[in-house]
Structure formats: C-alpha cells, structure tokens
Design a protein around this ligand. Structure first.
Ligand code: PEP
Ligand code: MN
Length: 291
C-alpha cells in the first residue's frame, strides 16, 4: 500500500531525468521564492551571510555592514540557538530585538533567523524576512505546520540524519497550511566519518533539485565545520547548480560565542564572494547583487 500521497503536487517533479547542463538552465524548473525583494531560485546565485549567533549590537552591526559590502543579499543571525549542551550560549533572545531592527534598517538587509519554538512567531514575524528551521527541528511537525500558517518564506534545513525523501516530506508539512515559500538547505549529514563536523552531501542538492521545484541552497559552514574548507565547498555547490548559500561570518571568530571555528572572517568572506563571481561567470551565471 502507498503510505504517502503528496499533499501538494505543485512542487514535486515526476521527471527524474538529470539536467544535462551545468549552467543556469537547470534552475529554470525551479519556482523562485521572494524574500522581500530578493529572489532565490532564479538565474542568479544568492548569498546569505552573517554570524551564527547575534551576540551584541557591535558584532552584528560590523558583520552586517561588511557582508553587505561584499555581496550578501540577506543577513543571517541566530536569536535563539539550538545548542547540544544547555550550558552553551543559548542566544540573546528578545533583548536583542531593538538593536537588530536598527541594524536591518541601517543596512536595508532582510534577516534570516532560526525559529526554535512555535511561540516565537509573534516576536519573529515582524522581524524576519525568512524563518530558518534548523536541522534539529526538521522533524518538528508542529513547528512546520505553524510556519505553514504564515506567508513568510521558510529556509528548511535538512536534519543531520534525514533522508532526502524525509526532508522533502517535511517541506510538505509547511505547504499544507498554504505556505509554498520554501527553500531547502543542505547542511551536511552525520556519517561514520568524524574528521569533519558533518559530511557535505552534494548529491542531495542534485536530488532535491531534480525531485522538487523548491530552490535549494547549501550551508557549507555546518556541513564541514572547519573554516579553511568552507570556501571550496561553497564554490563546489555553485558549480553543482545550487541556488545559493548561507555562510557563517564573524569579525573575530576566536571571540564567537558559537561556531567560531567554522566562521569566515570578513576578509575570508570578501575573497569568497570574489571567487564565486569568477566561478559563476565561467558557467554564465551571476551573483545576485545587494539592493
Ligand atoms: C545554524 O544555522 O547556526 C544552525 C544551528 O544550523 P543547523 O540547524 O544546520 O545545525
Ligand atoms: Mn552555527
């Protein structure tokens, strides 16, 4: 017996023929998602950057202005963190809202921030351009259904032990409330390999792009967990046809309250943007420009 009938066929492709091209044409079946005036899933490659956690006004302001200058079109930053240990920094929570608004107004960038509990919608909805669902919450169907009730885009990270099929079905939980604005994000999976934080599954990007019409982006920061390897994986994802990436950046990674070991410096990020432009250019693609 068939145990699952897709609730929304609009985003599921039946044609599994692999794309024959490395160029933007493979993205032509993707239905773009708009985050404010930023289009993800169109011909241009979108870069989302910012700190793992929002730590202070100064740190967030400095990072935001620098990543915008270097080509980021959306700003990431965690307000609530899902940390493995409850003793680790849990995020600033509501106390950060005032200065976050100032930074967004100053830069004109929209915020991408993780929602860890449905009760945060009230605070986050006016603040974020796009909700992030973290790897640990991909299977939190109550949260996904709640986000289906909003019309804000949702960046749905793949759970670190989730099959691609489970990841796509998690996206369908959001669509049942009528919210079709979903972007899938591959962020590495847990395998037998322990020499890197996770194993970057570029296969999954290709499968998700061929099986759905959701834009697919990558998070090379969590996928590898080692700063010096992040840019190369970002470039590989661009070559493979990802629609964009989300990357962690910190002005002083050694002082970061979370994930400093994988954060790019402001200068690393500037170089990555430059290299992305060149690599995308060779494939007749361009990087989306900040507005
Ligand atoms: C993050 O983006 O900081 C994060 C916690 O990511 P993930 O949910 O992929 O672990
Ligand atoms: Mn992080």
């Amino acid at each position: 017996m068939k145990d699952h009938v897709p609730l929304n066929e609009a985003h599921l492709k039946t044609d599994l023929t692999p794309s024959s091209s490395l160029s933007a044409s493979s993205a032509s079946k993707t239905k773009p998602v708009k985050v404010g005036n930023v289009t993800i899933g169109g011909p241009e490659f979108a870069v989302i950057a910012g700190p793992c956690s929002i730590e202070s006004r100064e740190q967030f302001f400095e990072t935001a202005t620098a990543v915008k200058k270097s080509g980021a079109v959306l700003l990431r930053g965690g307000i609530w963190k899902m940390r493995t240990s409850h003793q680790s920094f849990q995020g600033l929570g509501p106390e950060a809202v005032g200065f976050i608004r100032e930074v967004l107004d100053h830069t004109g960038l929209q915020l991408v921030s993780e929602i860890t509990d449905p009760r945060q919608v009230e605070l986050l909805d006016p603040l974020v351009g796009m909700y992030q669902v973290g790897a640990r919450n991909m299977f939190n169907y109550a949260l996904l259904k709640e986000l289906g009730q909003t019309r804000k885009p949702v960046l749905l990270k793949r759970g670190f032990s989730a099959l691609v099929d489970e990841w796509i079905k998690a996206a369908e939980y959001i669509t049942i409330g009528g919210n079709q604005n979903i972007i899938l994000c591959e962020r590495g999976i847990r395998t037998f390999e322990t020499s890197t934080r996770n194993t970057f599954d570029l296969n999954a990007v290709l499968v998700a792009k061929s099986r759905t019409s959701f834009p697919v982006v990558v998070d090379p920061s969590h996928a590898v967990g080692i700063r010096e390897f992040v840019p190369k994986l970002a470039l590989a994802a661009a070559v493979a046809g990802a629609d964009g990436l989300i990357v962690e950046v910190h002005p002083r990674p050694a002082e970061a309250l979370s994930d400093g070991f994988q954060a790019l410096t402001l200068e690393d990020f500037r170089k990555l943007s430059h290299d992305l432009e060149r690599v995308l250019g060779a494939l007749d693609r361009t990087m989306l420009k900040p507005v």
